[in-house]
Ligand binder design. Sequence first.
Ligand code: C5P
Length: 237
Amino acid sequence: MNPLYEGKAKRLWATEDPNVLRMEFKNDATAFNGEKKAQFENKGRLNNAISTLIYGFLEKEGVPTHFVRQIDDTNVEVRKVDILMVEVIIRNISAGSFCKRTGIEEGRAFSQPIIEFCIKSDELGDPLVNDDYIRELSLATADELAFLRQSALKVNTILTDFFAKCGLKLVDFKLEFGRLATDPKTIVLADEISPDGCRLWDLKTGEKMDKDRFRRDLGNVMEAYAEVLERVKEATA
Ligand code: C5P
């Protein structure tokens, strides 16, 4: 059997239910749009465990997601969605491509969160776009875009508070959304939320606890992910 879709860090498989898919977390890590590659033992398991706890928490807080249930260490069941080809990035503190683009140093806290939209395209390197591009490229309707903005800000409020309880600063993160296969008018949060797609800094030491450890060759990548999982477990217990 072949996966329906294989991405850089996950595979999607069909299930007996046409409206439900199995999402498998791989051990592969990539950075800089796939230019840098590695494999980390346990990465799939750690990201699945972290993402499962966070999606469960978000659902409890009233955020609709694609999550159905965890199947095993590296697999979850998710509702089938048509993924929007626009990714949403929220930034609370300057880092990463924001610093590169603006020349501003890392670590500046913003007065309000910054929202960015990018086209989901490996080929193009996920270029930054604005509302006008999204309209003209038919990536989302005006109503959908307003919903993405509002949902992303709500998720940011919930997760900033949640990670603070874990002793972590939520610096920035990426979200993906999809239209439900069973009801395309309904948009839910899709993909995963893990240290692969969030920047998380230890509140006390400022230590990076996310994929920047891999991007910047800081070492102890999986040790940091395991520590995030322990803290997320405690905060959701
Ligand atoms: O690289 P940049 O600073 O734009 O990333 C902002 C945030 O979005 C980071 O937390 C990064 O991990 C995440 N991101 C992602 N997938 C992308 C681009 C960014 O998860 N394709």
